[in-house]
Design a protein. Structure first.
Length: 94
């Protein structure tokens, strides 16, 4: 497997494949991967902004942002940190 180490304010995100699930659990045809805006960070650059993020953070990003590349059966995007909208934080029930 080839790994990319991003420079500066860039991060590498493994893109989640979009699925469209109806209320009853029926999965219909998914939109193209280019329209996905969620993924998990797999590598972080060395700028101050990039270091606010960590490997394994789940993030939302701007649709169409970044540069795509495929590796094996996975799709990745190299994004600037300014294209990341935010982290998804899952809070545990108390």
């Amino acid at each position: 497997m080839v790994k990319i180490q991003p420079f500066g304010d860039r991060v590498v995100v493994e893109v989640f494949k979009p699925e469209e699930v109806m209320e009853g659990g029926l999965i219909i045809s998914a939109p193209p991967i280019e329209k996905s805006n969620k993924g998990i960070i797999v590598a972080v650059g060395d700028s101050e902004d990039a270091l606010k993020l960590s490997v394994n953070d789940i993030v939302l990003f701007t649709v169409g942002a970044g540069t795509f590349y495929n590796n094996e059966d996975k799709v990745f995007r190299v994004l600037n940190t300014r294209d990341i909208i935010g982290k998804i934080v899952i809070e545990e029930d108390k």
